[in-house]
Design a protein. Structure first.
Length: 368
């Protein structure tokens, strides 16, 4: 049978997989069995699913498959950060990054091939946009990383947290992202806590409200500026959804739980948004929003006009925020020597948008 005609079971969350088995004339509980084999044991061979009837295994071999994105490149930085370049079709590839830390391991997952938002300081936005990733291509990144990393010597899972902060704007691929998240949270899938799954948006205010209706994962917002004039330059989406509208949506998102906060990401750009005046503006902006701030030292890429703020400027900025009782963390730069740091993910994209220029690091040129 032509492989392309087979149904990829990675495209189904539990509800969809139950419907699939009913359509095959099977009991819905088969979905839970298969989910456990696929996600908790990393199995892609139906013959290995020993508690599934032989007849059903034969049927699945004929009509279904478990197919994750293909690994094109696997790199590990000296600090332990690991990056995979994954093929999602003949013209596109994406990047996924694992960041090990003491007591936790975070996987940064992509949601689109490229990005249409064109934030001025981000390498991903400079390559253009092709398409949304499927559920299988999103959850498949976690599946690939889990298989590659296996478990630690104590038998514990290595990936403890997932952040949708890779290539693309997750809320512009809403349905597929929500389905992938449901697999991450499902007890028959990866069983992650909603606090350990974070979705990062550049500011799709109406979609934040939609997300609130169907999910309760942690929310991060790429803010990067304390006023509309500057944010319009850095994050063009701000012209459509200005800061006041965005912050109102953020407040609604966490309104039901007093202990929850929105994480605001703020890339530190030398001489652009890093002055004490900007810090004081940010304090005033966030004073009524349950929040914490993540300061991100800028990670340069070829052709950028920006420079990273000095360590002194970042610390001065942080001190002003902390003095105002804003929980503030300076993110440690990880994986920049393999272009795996925040803002450096690019992969390879056949741009279908108006931008024809594509930035592809030399390390990825082997895929062309």
């Amino acid at each position: 049978m032509d492989t392309s005609a087979k149904t990829n079971l990675l495209d189904f969350d539990r509800a969809a997989l139950r419907q699939y088995f009913v359509a095959l004339g099977e009991k819905p509980f088969r979905a839970e069995q298969v989910l456990q084999w696929v996600y908790q044991y990393g199995v892609d061979d139906f013959d290995a699913m020993s508690n599934v009837s032989k007849a059903l295994r034969e049927t699945l071999k004929q009509c279904a498959e478990i197919r994750a994105p293909e690994i094109l490149l696997d790199q590990t930085a000296p600090d332990g950060t690991r990056k995979w370049l994954l093929r999602v079709d003949s013209g596109n590839s994406i990047e996924t990054v694992f960041i090990p830390e003491e007591g936790r391991g975070t996987l940064c997952v992509s949601s689109q091939a490229g990005c249409a938002l064109d934030c001025s300081f981000c390498a991903t936005g400079k390559q253009g946009f092709n398409r949304n990733l499927t559920v299988a291509e999103i959850i498949g990144q976690l599946w690939v990383a889990n298989r590659a990393l296996k478990r630690n010597p104590k038998g514990e899972r290595v990936i403890t947290n997932v952040v949708l902060m890779g290539m693309g704007e997750p809320l512009l691929n809403f349905d597929h992202v929500v389905s992938a998240i449901s697999i991450m949270l499902d007890d028959f899938g990866y069983g992650l806590s909603r606090r350990r799954v974070t979705l990062s948006t550049a500011g799709m205010a109406p979609m934040i409200d939609q997300l609130r209706e169907v999910s309760s994962v942690s929310l991060a917002v790429s803010l990067h500026a304390p006023n509309d004039a500057l944010r319009d330059e850095l994050v063009p989406l701000n012209k459509k959804y200005p800061i006041a509208e965005l912050l109102a949506a953020c407040k609604r998102y966490v309104a039901d739980e007093t202990s929850r906060r929105v994480t605001f990401e703020y890339v530190m750009l030398d001489g652009v948004n890093d002055s004490p005046r900007h810090a004081r503006e940010l304090v005033q902006l966030l004073k009524e929003v349950p929040s914490k701030v993540n300061l991100i030292p800028f990670n340069p890429f070829p052709g950028t006009k920006y420079r990273r703020s000095s360590a002194e400027a970042i610390e001065r900025f942080r001190a002003i925020l902390m003095e105002a009782n804003l929980v503030t963390i300076t993110r440690k730069t990880r994986g920049d020597d393999i272009d795996a740091a925040c803002g450096q993910l690019v992969g390879r994209v056949e741009d279908r948008g108006s931008r024809s220029r594509r930035y592809i690091p030399l390390r990825e040129a082997v895929t062309q």
